[in-house]
Write a protein that binds this ligand. Structure first.
Ligand SMILES: *[C@@H]1O[C@H](CO)[C@@H](O)[C@H](O)[C@H]1NC(C)=O
Ligand SMILES: *[C@@H]1O[C@H](CO)[C@@H](O)[C@H](O)[C@H]1NC(C)=O
Ligand SMILES: *[C@@H]1O[C@H](CO)[C@@H](O)[C@H](O)[C@H]1NC(C)=O
Ligand SMILES: *[C@@H]1O[C@H](CO)[C@@H](O)[C@H](O)[C@H]1NC(C)=O
Ligand SMILES: *[C@@H]1O[C@H](CO)[C@@H](O)[C@H](O)[C@H]1NC(C)=O
Ligand SMILES: *[C@@H]1O[C@H](CO)[C@@H](O)[C@H](O)[C@H]1NC(C)=O
Length: 323
């Protein structure tokens, strides 16, 4: 455990929860500026990812020889043939979506709770784009829907009903993202936060997400610096330096969606990345928000997936959400 690191950021509750509101997409010039910073870091991203993958492979090999594990990851044959150097230097300030709910986001390394699905170990590296060096103690804030499209804290809202229709069913005429309170309960599954270690890397255990109406499969990700949390692990204050969504390759999605429990979600058709309206925003400025995935067992995807992605952040570009 990393408690010693966390102690100094724990504060007792007292301040009101900020309800961040909607925000504008960054001006093109700003996107280009960050894109330029990110491209400068491309080879750093490449070697950073390579080191993480190699380390994982060695760990698995060691486990394989010491214990009776049934799988071994082969370094020589990664899922992707080339390291994606530009792998998710994240698009700045893509929408946080209507299911952002900071009061259910808690500090933990396993956010799956009891949700069924294919296990996903998400290995995220954060690079400071000013220096191209790994950024320690950056808080990764992640949330996504379950295998059949529901978000915790909003389980009363159907994942199969278009959002506009949901609003009219609720008689909401003045919807303000992050301000209008649509939450239906206090469940917290598939929401979690954890800081990067001294090497700028963190890992979150979760499940592969499913899909809901009109959206491609995605995981919401924010990066915070200068963060403080309450005793219950929710955030009190932070500087948010990145907001985006992470995606997966269509080919992999087809395989996972053909498995239980995902395959039981038949009420709606899945939106692909190519059909999605937010995905292009995430590609702005040449960013690549697609997670590189290595199956734990090539022959049995149900054993789980390890996802790698690098998020480049500009620690001086602090996002402002209306409070
Ligand atoms: C990608 O990263 C690798 C490993 O560091 C490096 O050898 C290669 O030149 C990089 N490619 C680009 C296009 O930056
Ligand atoms: C590992 O498997 C071998 C062969 O099946 C068995 O003899 C051994 O006791 C097992 N070791 C452990 C730690 O389970
Ligand atoms: C944590 O505490 C805050 C402040 O009391 C509260 O609003 C929030 O719902 C709590 N969250 C959890 C997951 O306990
Ligand atoms: C996803 O969450 C909803 C709401 O809690 C639940 O009804 C559904 O069974 C969950 N999906 C799976 C596959 O467990
Ligand atoms: C919305 O308004 C209609 C008509 O006034 C009413 O019948 C319905 O109960 C309202 N729904 C909610 C969720 O308040
Ligand atoms: C899914 O798409 C197919 C082919 O376009 C269509 O026939 C079917 O009605 C759709 N199903 C739903 C639930 O919308």
């Amino acid at each position: 455990m990393h408690f010693s690191k966390l102690i100094f950021t724990l504060l007792v509750a007292g301040t009101a929860v900020a309800h961040p509101g909607p925000h504008d997409i960054l001006p093109r010039a700003e996107i280009q500026r960050r894109s330029g910073m990110a491209k400068r870091c491309a080879s750093h991203v490449g070697s950073f990812n390579q080191r993480r993958m190699a380390k994982r492979a060695m760990q698995k090999r060691w486990e394989g020889s010491g214990h009776n594990t049934t799988f071994e990851i082969v370094t020589e044959a990664p899922y992707y043939e080339t390291i994606q150097n530009n792998t998710c230097v994240l698009t700045p300030e893509v929408t946080r979506g209507p299911y952002v709910w900071p009061r259910s986001q808690t500090l933990r390394q396993d956010m799956a709770e009891d949700q069924p699905g294919v296990p996903l170990w998400l290995d995220i590296g954060v690079l400071d784009m000013a220096t191209c060096d790994p950024l320690p103690n950056a808080l990764l804030d992640l949330w996504h829907c379950n295998a059949t499209g529901s978000y915790s804290s909003f389980t009363g809202l159907s994942p199969n009903t278009p959002f506009e229709t949901l609003l009219s069913e609720l008689n909401v005429t003045d919807y303000d993202m992050g301000v209008t309170d649509l939450h239906t309960d206090d469940t917290t599954w598939l929401r979690g936060m954890w800081p990067t270690n001294e090497d700028g890397v963190m890992e979150m255990k979760t499940i592969f997400p499913g899909f809901y109406v009109e959206r491609a499969i995605h995981i919401h990700a924010q990066v915070h610096t200068d963060w403080t949390v309450r005793e219950n692990g929710t955030i009190i204050a932070s500087n948010t330096v990145s907001t985006g969504q992470l995606y997966f390759e269509e080919e992999l999605e087809q395989k996972i969606m053909s498995m239980e429990p995902y395959v039981s979600h038949t009420q709606i058709n899945r939106t692909t990345n190519a059909e999605d309206t937010v995905f292009p925003e995430d590609l702005e400025g040449g960013y690549n928000p697609v997670v590189s995935v290595v199956p734990v067992d090539e022959d049995d995807l149900s054993k789980g997936l390890i996802g790698y992605i690098t998020i480049g952040v500009d620690t001086t570009a602090i996002e402002t959400f209306s409070k």
